[in-house]
Design a protein around this ligand. Structure first.
Ligand code: ADP
Ligand code: ADP
Length: 225
């Protein structure tokens, strides 16, 4: 768990402001949804928190650390992307254990923690399978388990449910909410889907044209869209 502070965050590409003057504090253990149409700057904001893009101005703090100029691998964040990006030549269990291997966790412990995470996302029976055989929803559960296995302070989710059909997406929203309560990690979840944001979020940050135009609890932003 960790509080995230974005202070006057900016990302410019040439003359285009992808993100402009975004300031917000995301509380420890909170689930914040960034909601807005395509091109409004949600993904760029998330990628800057992850360390995958460098801000052109402003500051990012995670807990007490100023991470603005730190590379992704020095941050305590973990990211789930829209296209699950599992390794096709590794088993499901090896996929989930991969991040732990990178962090030099011993083999037995890696397998135990990976199994635990697979159970948590209800994929306990699939450890030995090839991920290419899984359905979209199952792949996204495995990707989620892989990101959570390293016990990040912050989980960043970039449209993780957008490639699933509506029914499955709705089921996964409820599961994500339960997993969030279970792991006590700060989640920042990007979506263009209003219903998804209202189901999931503790607070919603509404983005438009690169700016964060409103932040509040779902019932507050709903009153005043
Ligand atoms: P969203 O996630 O809300 O769809 P993005 O953060 O992807 O929005 O993009 C915000 C704006 O920044 C868009 O106008 C997009 O075209 C632009 N943009 C994003 N990445 C780049 C890039 N690498 N180079 C140039 N423009 C970019
Ligand atoms: P999203 O809306 O989910 O961010 P996009 O299709 O807008 O997805 O962007 C996909 C990738 O293309 C991102 O890495 C983004 O940085 C890059 N990108 C987006 N817009 C531009 C652009 N105008 N010029 C160059 N790269 C871009």
């Amino acid at each position: 768990m960790s509080e995230i502070t974005l202070a006057e965050l900016e990302k410019r590409y040439g003359d285009t402001f992808a993100v402009e003057d975004v300031s917000v504090t995301i509380e420890d253990g909170e689930l914040l949804c960034l909601l807005g149409p395509s091109g409004s700057g949600k993904s760029t904001t998330l990628r800057m928190i992850a360390g995958l893009e460098t801000p052109t101005d402003g500051e990012i703090r995670i807990g007490d650390d100023d991470v603005t100029d730190r590379p992704a691998y020095e941050r305590t964040t973990s990211t789930v992307f829209q296209d699950w990006a599992l390794f096709p030549h590794k088993t499901v269990l090896e996929n989930v254990a991969f991040g732990l291997k990178m962090r030099d966790v011993a083999k037995d412990e890696r397998r135990e923690r990976a199994r635990e995470m697979l159970d948590r996302v209800e994929m306990g029976g699939y450890g030995d399978q090839d991920p290419t055989n899984l359905s979209g929803g199952q792949k996204q559960r495995v990707a989620l388990a892989r990101s959570l296995a390293v016990e990040p302070d912050v989980l960043l989710l970039d449209e993780p449910l957008s490639n699933l059909d509506k029914r499955l997406s709705e089921d996964m929203q409820i599961e994500l909410r339960e997993i969030h309560e279970d792991v006590e990690t700060t989640f920042v979840h990007v979506t263009h889907d209003q219903d998804e944001a209202f189901t999931l979020a503790d607070r919603i940050g509404i983005m438009a044209d690169g700016e964060l135009v409103q932040v509040g609890a779902p019932d507050e932003v709903y009153e005043n869209p």
